[in-house]
Design a binder for this molecule. Structure first.
Ligand SMILES: [Zn+2]
Length: 294
């Protein structure tokens, strides 16, 4: 997947008030690397995220700041993952007066509350608590551009991972229809229509959920016309990895294990809704005999 990504320049001015600086950590999960954003127009700027401590990032940040004749007043951290926070010490070497903000802050950081506003010349950012990828995850509405900094909830390419599917879906719904403009993701290229992409993400999750239900019910992805007639390969209960082998049959086997974490999340959400049940001992899942069966 990583080979098909469009290359991004290390530093790129994306609008009159946004410069993206790559963190220098490209990879399977970080795509072209973590995006950090310098925001505003005056001598005092906001920064979103700090990368993961690679040496190229402070060098780039320093040269952008001297070119812009600006400093970082406040750094807003989207979430605790190391590829977003490990550059904080580097930032503080360059901008010793910068204040670091994060929801559920670590020592030495300030809290970000849901709805909190951060303002510098040319930019007003409104924070939204949007858990699911992590519990502390925040996104930021950029009012002047009617845009949104999406963190790792919505990426420039592909889909995002999450640790709590129900919370993640609620967060996507909270982010939906907030802006008519761009999305600036935590990884990957700028998203021209953020709301359209968020709607696509919600639809994609619904589709995966439908597929899990379909395989649990009929043993296969395509139900065919004889919906009620069990197919020969029908199993009544399934482990997540067995489901993955059917649902992701066209995906390389090396991706099956990571995919099974997502399927387990789907199963846990469906269980909470009373649609599926699982046997503790065998770890197998089946359609709920008590709940609604659609
Ligand atoms: Zn990330």
């Amino acid at each position: 997947m990583a080979t098909q990504l469009v290359p991004l320049p290390e530093v790129e001015r994306l609008s009159a008030s946004v410069v993206r600086i790559l963190a220098g950590n490209p990879g399977k999960f970080t795509l072209q690397g973590t995006n950090t954003y310098l925001i505003g127009r005056g001598p005092q700027r906001l920064l979103i995220d700090t990368g993961e401590g690679r040496p190229s990032w402070p060098t780039l940040l320093k040269s952008v700041l001297s070119e812009e004749k600006a400093t970082v007043e406040k750094a807003l951290i989207t979430h605790w993952h190391h590829d977003h926070v490990k550059g904080i010490p580097d930032l503080l070497k360059i901008c010793p007066n910068a204040k670091v903000y994060k929801h559920q802050p670590d020592e030495g950081q300030e809290d970000i509350k849901d709805g909190q506003v951060f303002k510098v010349e040319g930019a007003t950012l409104r924070a939204l608590h949007t858990p699911g990828h992590t519990v502390d995850h925040m996104v930021f509405i950029f009012e002047e551009e009617n845009a949104i900094f999406t963190g790792d909830n919505v990426l420039g390419h592909g889909t995002a991972v999450f640790e709590d599917l129900s919370a993640y879906l609620s967060s996507l719904q909270k982010m939906q229809n907030r802006v008519s403009g761009r999305g600036y993701p935590g990884h990957g290229a700028v998203i021209e229509n953020a709301t359209a992409r968020i709607v696509e993400y919600i639809r994609h999750r619904q589709q995966r959920e439908d597929e899990v239900m379909r395989v649990l019910r009929s043993g296969k992805l395509d139900e065919g016309v004889n919906k009620d007639e069990p197919s020969p390969e029908r199993e009544t209960s399934w482990t997540p990895i067995e489901l993955v082998k059917v649902i992701y049959r066209d995906v390389p086997e090396s991706l099956h294990l990571p995919a099974s974490h997502g399927v387990l999340q789907v199963l846990m959400k469906l269980e909470a809704e009373g649609k599926v049940q699982h046997d503790m001992r065998s770890g197998k899942w089946s359609v709920s005999t008590r709940g609604p069966v659609l």
